[in-house]
Design a protein around this ligand. Structure first.
Ligand SMILES: *Cc1c(COP(=O)(O)O)cnc(C)c1O
Length: 472
């Protein structure tokens, strides 16, 4: 025990550490209180190390120099003060990466956000007659024109949209859903839980792989409020399976006088099969086939801001709007600005395809990807001579709980570092400026060109160079 005491006594005081270069250097940029806390934490960190050590030999390697303890404190203070939300480069090849913020916005949407943010706007004012107007008036018309819906409503996200629909139409009553559609989406959205929170009772029918019309029929009673269809966004049930089609469910609903609603998840406006993507029901199709209310996300395949969009029959939408909860779930003006600009682009399908980053990445031409990947690979190889560089064919994924089976052919730049472990390289890339998020597979690092936005190549090179050339 004695050997530890001499080390513990040698621990410097906070005042002493604050005089050291690493902390003095950042004192102007970081609040004093944070420096103080970080210094105390750093001393505690060294104290713990001493206490946990089991021999004098182990401790002899521990530097007790105040400068070293101050450097640790400076790292802590910096990472706390500067650890906010910041741009990162997505080289994972997953287009709708929920952890990386799903959809990057189109330039037009970004400009709309900026101009709405920096001054006043006619958010809730009609410029026609000077009277108060709904903040949603700016997007409702666009949504209805694009989808053929009678009416629409926008809320905070799709989870909120589903919640509002269920609460309005089925509180205290029953909603019938096929067992094969009891989806869980990353981030805590689960159909049974949302149902419960909304005050509706879930009635599951069928089995995981098979559900027939008569399963629904048998479950219908005077307590039933709705028949609900849920898009199995992030999984597929394949093999020996049976689901009731949308048309059949709608016809059953009509027969017994119950509306059919659908949580469409991603919600595409266009069929993208021409670009090699799997066939997905579009919002227009769901409405045309008689769904009374469809809900979907703004920031999945649509490529806009986080939002939940509800489209459907006029009197249902009016009831959702009149529900007191819609005020609590309402969207912010910056979201509306971005959504409106994104929707406007959809009026010209070709324009939407190259102006909306998500659509551009989804439908990217393999030859273009190859050319871009080769260019970046050459730059990297020329600048970083250690390690082994390759270029390979591979696949990108849609992500965000959409099109789970789609594998989009792409080109990957692959690297095996020489002097550091892959884990260490990934860590340094995450701490880069800007941070670079890559994929690891078969003992190699992979950069997928598809999700590296045009213009980010230079930053990829500098972050890679800094990560490989730092000494630690
Ligand atoms: C993504 C998804 C949700 C949740 O949407 P958010 O906009 O993330 O709230 C709900 N249901 C389905 C089927 C989904 O795919």
């Amino acid at each position: 025990m004695d050997f530890k005491n001499s080390f513990l006594r040698a621990l410097p005081a906070v005042d002493r550490i604050l005089q050291e270069e690493p902390l003095k250097k950042i004192a102007e940029r970081i609040p004093y209180k944070l420096l103080l806390e970080a210094s105390q934490e750093s001393i505690d960190f060294f104290r713990e190390k001493i206490i946990a050590s089991s021999s004098r030999e182990e401790l002899s390697n521990l530097s007790m120099d105040p400068g070293v303890i101050a450097a640790e404190a400076a790292e802590r203070a910096k990472s706390r003060f500067f650890s906010g939300l910041r741009p990162v480069i997505n080289a994972t090849g997953t287009i709708l990466h929920t952890n990386l913020g799903r959809a990057p916005l189109a330039d037009q949407a970004v400009r709309a956000v900026t101009s709405t943010a920096e001054c006043y706007s006619n958010l809730e004012l009609s410029l026609e007659n000077g009277r108060r107007d709904s903040r949603l008036a700016h997007v409702e018309g666009l949504i209805c024109t694009l989808t053929g819906a009678e009416a629409s409503l926008v809320v905070n996200n799709n989870a909120a949209a589903v919640f509002l629909v269920l609460n309005t139409l089925a509180e205290g009553r029953e909603v019938i859903v096929s067992r094969g559609q009891l989806v869980e989406i990353g981030g805590g959205f689960r159909v049974p839980d949302v149902m419960k929170a909304s005050g509706a009772t879930l009635v599951e029918v069928g089995t995981t792989n098979k559900c027939y019309r008569h399963d629904y029929e048998r479950a219908i009673s005077d307590r039933t409020a709705l028949l609900m269809k849920v898009h199995t966004s992030n999984y597929r049930i394949v093999g020996f399976t049976e689901e009731v089609s949308r048309q059949e469910l709608v016809s059953l609903g009509r027969q017994v006088g119950l509306p059919v609603i659908e949580d469409l998840g991603s919600g595409a406006f266009y069929d993208l099969t021409a670009y090699g993507l799997p066939s997905e029901p579009t919002v227009q199709e769901c409405l045309a086939e008689g769904i009374a209310a469809v809900t979907f996300s703004g920031d999945k395949i649509l490529g806009g801001p986080q939002a939940g969009i509800i489209v459907g029959e006029k009197d249902l939408i009016r009831r959702f709007r009149d529900n007191q909860l819609s005020r609590a779930l309402r969207v912010d003006k910056l979201t509306l600005a971005a959504l409106e600009a994104t929707l406007r682009l959809y009026h010209d399908p070709e324009k939407a395809r190259y102006e909306i980053p998500v659509l551009r990445m989804l439908t990217a031409d393999t030859r273009d990807l190859k050319a871009r990947a080769r260019r970046l690979w050459r730059h990297l190889k020329n600048r970083i001579e250690t390690g082994d560089w390759e270029i390979k064919e591979g696949v990108s994924y849609v992500g965000g709980g959409a099109m789970p089976l789609a594998e989009l052919p792409t080109y990957l730049i692959s690297y095996r570092p020489e002097d550091i472990s892959l884990e260490e390289l990934m860590r340094r890339l995450r701490r880069g400026n800007p941070p670079l998020i890559a994929r690891v597979q078969q003992e190699r690092l992979f950069l997928d060109i598809r999700t590296i936005l045009p213009g980010q190549e230079k930053e990829v090179v500098t972050t890679m160079m800094n990560a490989i050339n730092t000494e630690e």
